[in-house]
Design a protein around this ligand. Structure first.
Ligand code: CP
Length: 353
């Protein structure tokens, strides 16, 4: 059973085939209207979403399939205390594919242990968002002709920004990428991502200022300060509004630079930037729908897994990350993986103490 939990799990060849398929769908959508006829997607959104939920829904509908699910877990038996395991066992009896977004890091991985159908991670807390990465790579490849050799600025909340973590994971599959990681020190990239970049020989420079590096960039990827992820409200107050891309700042950028943003934005890109031809974030969101169509075709047509292998029962969380799924779903097995020689949680990647 193939799932999509982390973009890092997708071999480069498979991504190239998905991109090629997404391009075919974009160019001739009428050829794909029957591809998922009879298939049903369950969209379980435990957190708010506009783009990911709606683009997955429309992707399935455009392929001839149907969709059910929730955008508010309080409308399901989750509100009565049903475990993630039981919800997934039930839903994977009704659907052919599960698309899920949660505030808990590692939740999609946890779901994949119990599901009879493919699970797609539509964002797990501040951890990963692999299908946003599909939208991002589709945008860069369509508009710049390729990904190799680019200088990419990632700006904003790099600590909590799951889109950034997934994009960095993906870039390991390409050559000669140079990252400028632009953030305040408090919101710097997590250590496990630094370890990942070093382990894979990726070039990165951490800076706090946007204006000094903007002339060097081929892509500027702006991100929102993720208010909902802050444990300390004062930390959010200190950092909100710290980076704002304006038309004046763009004057120093290359004529060919792409301004990208996973959206939603709050105040980090002024509205007058929208009319600059380099601002591609709305196109990026539309490309995401075509990329998700290619992914649904790829995963939802797999035969259902009637017998899911038994999973070891955990008795207590081994991970101390307060946002890890193992903190609330204590029956999960104690999965451990090595990142850069360090023992890390097999669900959320945090280093184990
Ligand atoms: N980019 C993104 O994930 O947007 P939504 O939160 O609206 O789905």
């Amino acid at each position: 059973m193939r799932h999509l939990i982390d973009f890092g799990d997708l071999p480069r060849k498979e991504w190239d085939a998905l991109f090629a398929r997404a391009s075919q769908i974009m160019d001739r959508p009428e050829d794909f209207v029957e591809v998922c006829r009879g298939k049903v997607s369950a969209n379980l959104f435990y957190e708010p979403s506009t783009r990911t939920n709606f683009s997955f829904q429309t992707a399935m509908l455009r392929l001839g399939g149907t969709v059910f699910g929730f955008a508010d877990p309080n409308s399901s038996s989750v509100a009565k205390g049903e475990t993630l395991k039981d919800t997934i066992k039930m839903v994977s009896g009704y659907a052919d594919v599960i698309v899920m977004r949660t505030p808990w890091e590692g939740a999609a991985k946890a779901a994949s242990l119990y599901s009879h159908v493919p699970v797609i991670n539509a964002g797990d807390g501040g951890h990963m968002h692999p299908t946003q990465t599909m939208a991002d790579l589709t945008t860069i490849t369509r508009l710049l002709g390729g990904v190799d050799g680019l200088s990419i600025g990632l700006c904003g909340d790099l600590k909590n920004g799951r889109t950034v973590h997934s994009l960095i994971k993906a870039m390991e599959k390409f050559n000669n990428i140079r990252f400028f990681l632009i953030s305040p020190r408090e919101l710097a990239i997590p250590e496990y991502m630094r370890v990942f970049m070093r382990e894979n020989g990726m070039q990165f420079t951490e800076v706090t200022g946007l204006e000094a590096v903007i002339p060097q960039l081929d892509v500027l990827y702006m991100t929102r300060i993720q208010k909902e992820r802050f444990v300390d409200p004062l930390e959010y107050e200190r950092n909100k509004g710290i980076y704002v891309l304006t038309r004046r700042k763009l004057e120093r950028a290359k004529e060919t630079m792409l301004v990208m943003h996973p959206l939603p934005r709050v105040d980090e890109i002024t509205v007058d930037v929208d009319d600059d031809p380099r601002a591609v974030y709305f196109r990026q969101a539309r490309y995401g729908m075509f990329a998700r169509m290619a992914l649904l075709e790829h995963l939802a047509l797999q035969p259902r897994w009637e017998t899911v292998p038994a999973v070891e029962i955990g008795t207590r969380p081994v991970c101390t990350n307060p946002r890890c799924i193992t903190q609330t779903q204590t029956y999960l097995p104690p999965l451990v993986k090595k990142i850069g020689g360090v023992d890390c949680c097999g669900f959320c990647d945090a280093a184990l103490g």
